[in-house]
Design a protein around this ligand. Sequence first.
Ligand SMILES: C=C(O[C@H]1C=CC=C(C(=O)O)[C@@H]1O)C(=O)O
Length: 394
Amino acid sequence: MSITPAERINHETDEVETTLSRSRPWGVQTERTARFVSQRIDAQVRGDIQQVPTADFEDAVETALANDPTADIVIGCLPFDPDDSAVFICGVDESALGAEQSDLRHTGSARIRSVIDVPDVAEYEQRVADVLRLIEEGTLEKVVLARSKLAAADAPIDPQLLLEQLRASSPHGFGFHIPLVDGGSFVGLSPELLVERDHLSVSSHPLAGSRIRTGHSGADEARIADLRASGKDAREHQLVVKAVAEGLAPYCSDIIVDDQDTTATDSMFHLGTWIRGSAAADESGHLPSASALARALHPTPAVCGAPTEQAREVLRRVEGDRGYFTGAVGWQDRDGNGEWAVAIRGAMIDGSTALVSAGAGIVAGSEPRSEAEETGAKLRTVLSALGLGEQVSR
Ligand SMILES: C=C(O[C@H]1C=CC=C(C(=O)O)[C@@H]1O)C(=O)O
């Protein structure tokens, strides 16, 4: 008897569920340091870890800041599923005080001993094929399907060291280290700006459509040309640009959509588009905060799909709980200025294990094998910083 795509994608993965749920005891508070680094700031705050429900991103950020009246800014992560909890640390920006104020413990002695695919590559390719059938049937236009690798080391993994190693591999992007209530951390270097508000100025730089970098200039130029000429990648990208421009429209005036660019990370090329506008005050004179703008945009089709609700439903059935992966990570001040990056190219560190996840946009014309290769290359960005990389082939 043949299995339908809907039946197959009911698959659940115990290792991932366990790692994610261990990160979520409620109401625990312990003082730790969080860091967020971008072209705009290098912020480090020390305070209690606050885990708050997030029916609404803006309310959650405001609740966290209200809980700590002495704090200037909040750094934290917002979940992929808004029914889930967010984690914040509020405080005074201590980055100017130097590293001795932080939790830095650069032991660097952890060696990765084993890596498990979750799901295995064949199952991921089957899921892509199943989603392609749903797309063919006309139910959906795009779904961003993710897979993970669970790496186990012989000693606790140092999250600060991982962040430094990621930053050494790529000078751009949004570096983050968010401590979690169970003692674990969410660490990464995202290339994608969900939204930034700097007083009146609002910007977003969605990415979608990718090629793997070879590291050889001639071959890389050919890959960039191929990416720019690809109708499939243009469709995948334009779905995101349209959603972001429409999402910002109620909150901004003078929205300008730039020409498409190519954004490079250490391992990937992506199609990107800057979308900018001026923050518009509501009837009581309030400007939309960075988190209100993040709420309006999340989840974009760069991490979920289109139409959003149908894609989200597929992801719930296929992948289960994504936790903070493909949520948002960033900072915000009391005036609502801030930056929220898309929470990709990161790892959930739990003692001596690291759960690394990556997704790829599936649209008509996608091929299961190349989507597995693309997610493999995205995973390698983080795995290399953990000291793996070439040893992990796909
Ligand atoms: C969802 C991820 O990437 C997104 C960002 C850039 C390009 C993407 C793509 O081409 O599929 C994804 O939309 C990820 O890295 O986990």
